[in-house]
Design a protein around this ligand. Structure first.
Ligand SMILES: [Zn+2]
Length: 473
């Protein structure tokens, strides 16, 4: 889809995905699960690129890269190879990054996202495998730092870098692309997005078909949106003032919400790409179909199935499938209660309460949610009471029955309603007379009195039926 774009804003993304669900690093046996470990403890001679060490390619990371390619509707290169991308940086032990050059393992794919004006197809130019360098921490801000320390735990982590065409026009579209990508990656079970540094994006931004500027290493989806918006504003402002924009790499300072020039943009020549002689060309032609046969159901397919199979709305299906764990929770609940009711409880209430608390969906026991919905449906508790129970489940970790008893959420029974209806009728002779004279609205007054007596713990429809029954006697 192409649409009018008066400012000609073009945004492309380069997304670095850590394959942290692979157990070992890309070229050695060290663990990928280093985030909670002490600095410089998850490494070997290979991670540090000490002389004499040679890389041994981890099969899992290749399989994961192919899975990602298939999920991005892309072509998989049957034969691919590795290059050395040379540059000096203190956290790069061997002075080069192992990456791919003209034969990336994945090319020519696409992802459909929700654009500003309907569906938008974002083309994927390529995705290639590479390894992560170590990590530097700077004292103070990056421009004024007085010193830096290096942790090599991350060195050698398997990465897939996904490069899009500049098909996005607004920061919001870029954010939606990242949300969709993250969801796909989680469905594939190749990475855990909750770990630090699991997904990082560089954004290429240009306005009025002018100079392209790259904003590097933005770590959260929210920050990507803010960084791009800042960059669009900065570039438009420069053009307006007649300043010349230069092709450069900028850093996004999240705390100050500004981008800062880091260096004038390098070209591929600056990196002196050489074939990596330690790694032979990689033939994966015989692996592709086996991996394709074992691909899991992805978000779009699951969303369509939910609508068809459970008869729920597209909006609910979209919300439920954005995270695989929510989709799983919904399906567990929908086996036991009306799927439409399950969808609205899980998508509207449970998801909202979890997001508000920043809690993972795994905190929720599906049986507890089923229990709450059952009790609301059979009017043991009110809708509001149900929401109170969900909140308490998350906050207090108790069982629904216990919460209902402790908070006195049980709805009043038929006996109470009958007595309350009789009293309300006796106390409201005028309203009763009005109702009998044909003023329908007078009934609300009497029902309201019953609800008052029940202190909100009655079902309004039941109360109304009871009043009508008593008036009919
Ligand atoms: Zn190692």
């Amino acid at each position: 889809m192409v649409y009018e774009n008066p400012d000609q804003v073009m945004i492309g993304l380069e997304v670095h995905v850590q394959l942290n669900k692979a157990n070992t690093k890309m070229f050695c046996g060290c663990t990928t699960n280093y985030t909670d470990e002490e600095a410089n403890t998850c490494l070997c001679a290979g991670c540090l690129a000490l002389p004499g060490t040679t890389p041994v390619l981890n099969e899992k990371s290749v399989e994961y890269a192919i899975k990602i390619g298939l999920a991005l509707n892309a072509e998989i290169s049957e034969e691919t190879d590795f290059y050395m991308k040379n540059y000096f940086y203190p956290d790069l032990g061997n002075g080069y990054q192992v990456t791919q050059f003209d034969k990336p393992i994945v090319k020519n794919g696409h992802v459909v996202i929700e654009g500003e004006d309907g569906e938008l197809t974002v083309r994927i130019r390529r995705a290639h495998m590479e390894d992560d360098p170590g990590k530097m921490a700077h004292f103070g801000t990056i421009e004024k730092s007085t010193g830096s320390i290096i942790d090599f735990n991350r060195s050698g982590m398997p990465l897939v870098e996904i490069v899009t065409e500049p098909d996005m026009r607004t920061a919001k579209e870029a954010r939606r692309f990242l949300d969709k990508l993250r969801s796909i990656l989680e469905y594939l079970d190749v990475f855990d997005g909750s770990r630090e540094g699991a997904l990082k994006a560089d954004a290429n931004v240009s306005v009025y078909h002018g100079t392209r500027v790259e904003v590097k290493n933005i770590s959260s989806h929210k920050a990507v949106e803010k960084a791009i918006n800042y960059e669009i504003m900065r570039q438009k402002d420069a053009v307006r003032k007649g300043k010349k924009l230069v092709q450069e790499t900028r850093h996004y300072d999240e705390a100050r919400n500004v981008t800062i020039s880091l260096r004038v943009k390098e070209t591929a020549d600056d990196y002196r790409y050489f074939p990596d002689f330690d790694l032979v060309p990689l033939y994966v032609g015989d692996k592709i179909e086996g991996i394709r046969a074992k691909m899991p159901e992805l978000p779009d397919a699951k969303r369509e199935r939910f609508v068809a199979q459970y008869g729920i709305s597209d909006a609910h299906a979209k919300s439920l499938t954005s995270e695989k764990a929510f989709a799983d929770l919904f399906e567990r609940v929908a086996q036991k209660v009306d799927p439409k009711v399950a969808a609205s409880w899980v998508a509207d209430i449970v998801k909202g309460e979890l997001n508000y608390r920043d809690m993972p969906v795994t905190t929720c026991d599906p049986d507890d949610i089923i229990c709450v919905i059952d009790m609301v449906c059979c009017k043991k508790i009110s809708d509001e009471g149900g929401v109170t129970v969900v909140r308490a489940l998350l906050d207090e970790g108790k069982k629904p029955e216990q919460i209902i008893a402790e908070k006195g959420l049980s709805m009043v029974g038929g006996d109470f309603l009958e007595k309350a209806a009789k009293e309300a009728i006796a106390e409201s002779p005028e309203a009763v007379a009005d109702y009998r004279a044909g003023t329908e609205k007078a009934l609300n007054f009497i029902v309201g009195k019953v609800m008052q007596k029940a202190k909100g713990k009655a079902d309004a429809r039941q109360a109304r039926e009871m009043v009508l029954k008593e008036l009919g006697k």
